[in-house]
Design a protein around this ligand. Sequence first.
Ligand code: URP
Ligand code: ZN
Ligand code: ZN
Length: 493
Amino acid sequence: MKFDTIVRGGNVVTPTDTTVTDIGIVGEKIAAIDFGLVADADTRVIDATDHHVIPGVLDVHVHLELPFCGTVSSDDYRTGTRAGARGGVTTLIDFAIPYAGDSLAMAADNWMKKAEGKALIDYTFHICITRWNEHKDQIKGMVDRGFTTFKEFMIYESEGWQSDDRALFGTLEKMKEYGTMLLVHAESARVLDELIARHHTPELMKKYGAQLHAMTRPNFIEAEAIQRVVMWSEVTGGQLYIVHMSTAEGTEIVKAAQARGVPVIAETCAQYLVLNDDVFADKDGHLFACCPQLKKPADSARLWEGLKDGEVSVISTDTCTFTREQKAMWAGDWTKIPMGMPGLETLLPVAYTHGVLDKKISLEEMCQKLSTNPAKIMGLYPRKGAIEIGSDADLAIIHPNRAHKIAPSQMETNADWSPYEGWELSGFARTTLSRGEVIVDDYKVVGKAGRGRWLPRSYAGLAGSNAEPRMSRLSRGPLSPLRAALIESLVSQ
Ligand code: URP
Ligand code: ZN
Ligand code: ZN
């Protein structure tokens, strides 16, 4: 076979084994995985000796150029996708959120425009349902257009994004009908409002500053919301994906629900694995404000355990970048801090350094959580997410231990700070290939803006995928007693 590119002699992680071998690429696809592939005169040979070659990372939770908290998140599709590429990310999924009065189709069109001409890597969007009465009859049209994941927020009333139980329940019924999946930001809005109101005094703000962000969001705020929406998934049979899960309690609820056969999947983010709420006491603590906020070391430990055991299927970032100037909008009132952090550039380095090198997960498990599972769950597999013949040639080549010190001035993100500033992280991409094209070479971005493509999808979640063992067991799992009771009650009506 004549190859356009051969990646030579790396430690290649495939779904079946990890072995030193070559990868042959023809056009945009992986065409061969075998040792000793023969190059001809015009084959580009990329030396991967003494490096790991892993599937390109999918960051399936990203907000680029998002109008939010009275400002607009500062990484757009140009800087955000460059940042991702430097960290081995070759696919991202953003959230298309309808502005007031917009339909779901208008939201998708709007996000398409943000990406066009700027994206360096491939992308698609979760479609956010913010006004159930208006949007419910538009969902099927979006599925037909190639969007198979939808999103609802249980908080953010002031942004006009909040969904109530009626919307969550109704959307999950539709997910069941269409074989699609609902992503949910699970925090308990009313109790949270009450806790914020109780603490929103000049005295407490002066005394505790940004620490109030953590003090008003105890773990039960997330746990109660997860518990409730898991119930709606259980009785409707609609596929549910908990985004940015941050608590040990949430992890336990998901584990128990999965054991009952509830079609629920959980994601956590890099920051919840390696940072904790001590940061809010620092001078720059407000920079770390995000929703849900950072929790305790015991929560991080439980999330790592969940990744290892399988109840946590995906690591993402929830990238929502705000600069120091934007974060300064809080002026001492913690309810006014733009919520979110940069993350795309450091996802793989954090997971590799603190997961693989610290021996919390294996290299193969990391590839499952960063690439294969997200691709399967989000309806992008086998095109994305694995080093397999026929898949897109999306690869990250990383040195096993070469570390980079995190310095915002040397990064691609627009952020002028990093949650990991000063940390030594290994796992930055020496080379990133996207559909066979080198877009990062010698740790520098060389790919051109606008080459990234939108990715249409036809399924999501457990429907149509054959994800990790726990999930394939789940897809054949027993009918949960609650769902059986609901079906029984509907049948007998
Ligand atoms: O603080 C965060 N997470 N900002 C982005 C919006 C969201 O809730 O995901
Ligand atoms: Zn969220
Ligand atoms: Zn988010």
